[in-house]
Design a protein. Structure first.
Length: 293
């Protein structure tokens, strides 16, 4: 689930023509996470006419949503290191007729736009950065005075909530989180957002915690858990988290779905934590930063 590895982006064709499978996965993930991202965008003040940068945009979910907030007078730029993700994002924007959003391939550590943005947003991206405080500090330099910095990150450190308890789903969550942690992903990034922003010298952020909740035959959760386990299978085995026989990747999603339907289980995603703040600048244009630790 979970949009943490973006392997779906890299399985898309390089010309941006997505396979049915990767499109299905993109739409599933969009359906799961969009309401929470929409809520953060509303609360942080994204609005018509703004210039917005989406860092680590992947296949464009958050940028495409932001493009609806900024409207025809606004602009959204999505940046991502993955060429295949950027190609898919461009294709999705074309299909939706979203002419106010563009996608560029590049590293967010090196991106130097000519003009500052009204808002920089990032979803599920800080957890992948070796030094999130330094990343946030640098991103703040791309925001105008009074502009917005807004992030959304998972917190995988809580045991997932599945009721009635569904052993296989809980086990799959544990395989996923152990593998991500083994790969160096910060699985506690969500609840570290506050300290990260404050340590970067920014004003104390406003925060929200939410989760996607799924049940029933048309639930996207089972496929997303199965797909994520499949994407992570190689490192999962190499790291000794689970064996191929334990995982049974080809049938994992359908087994979880069957067990979930038998008990009409409700599956709650890991916490998705939102944090946003506004950049303050001195009259000189320099960042007004609190003392960093
Ligand atoms: C888990 S995906 C999230 C994608 C998207 N934000 C979303 O919510 O669907 C993380 C993305 O960040 C990108 N990424 C990570 N570090 C990056 C960096 N330093 N510069 C540019 N892109 C980066 C990856 O290529 C990947 O597409």
């Amino acid at each position: 689930m979970l949009g943490t590895d973006c392997a779906d982006a890299d399985s898309a064709e390089t010309d941006g023509t997505s396979s049915d499978n990767s499109l299905r996965r993109l739409e599933s993930r969009a359906r799961l996470f969009e309401p929470l991202t929409d809520q953060m965008f509303r609360q942080c003040g994204l609005g018509p006419g703004m210039r917005v940068l989406d860092v680590g945009c992947g296949t464009g979910d958050a940028a495409l949503l932001a493009s609806r907030f900024v409207g025809s007078r606004g602009v959204v730029v999505g940046i991502d290191a993955s060429g295949t993700a950027v190609a898919t994002a461009r294709q999705r924007a074309r299909e939706r007729g979203a002419s106010n959003v563009t996608f560029v391939r590049g590293s967010l550590g090196q991106y130097s736009p000519a003009e500052r943005f009204d808002a920089v947003i990032g979803r599920f991206v800080l957890m992948h950065q070796p030094d999130p405080v330094a990343t946030v500090w640098r991103l703040a330099t791309l925001v105008r005075d009074g502009g917005i910095l807004a992030f959304q990150e998972f917190d995988f450190t809580q045991r997932p909530l599945v009721r009635p308890e569904l052993r296989l789903a809980v086990e799959a969550f544990q395989w996923i989180t152990a593998t991500l942690a083994g790969l160096g992903v910060d699985i506690g990034m969500g609840m570290r957002l506050h300290q990260t922003l404050v340590s970067a010298g920014l004003p104390r952020p406003s925060m929200l915690v939410g989760a996607a909740v799924e049940s029933g035959a048309d639930s996207a959760a089972c496929e997303l858990i199965g797909d994520t386990v499949s994407d992570l299978l190689e490192p999962m085995i190499t790291l000794g988290v689970a064996t191929p026989d334990e995982v049974g990747a080809p049938t994992l999603a359908s087994r979880i779905r069957q067990a979930a339907l038998e008990t009409d289980a409700v599956i709650v995603s890991p916490y998705i934590v939102s944090a946003w703040t506004r950049v303050q600048r001195r009259p000189t244009g320099d960042l007004e930063l609190a003392e960093t630790s």
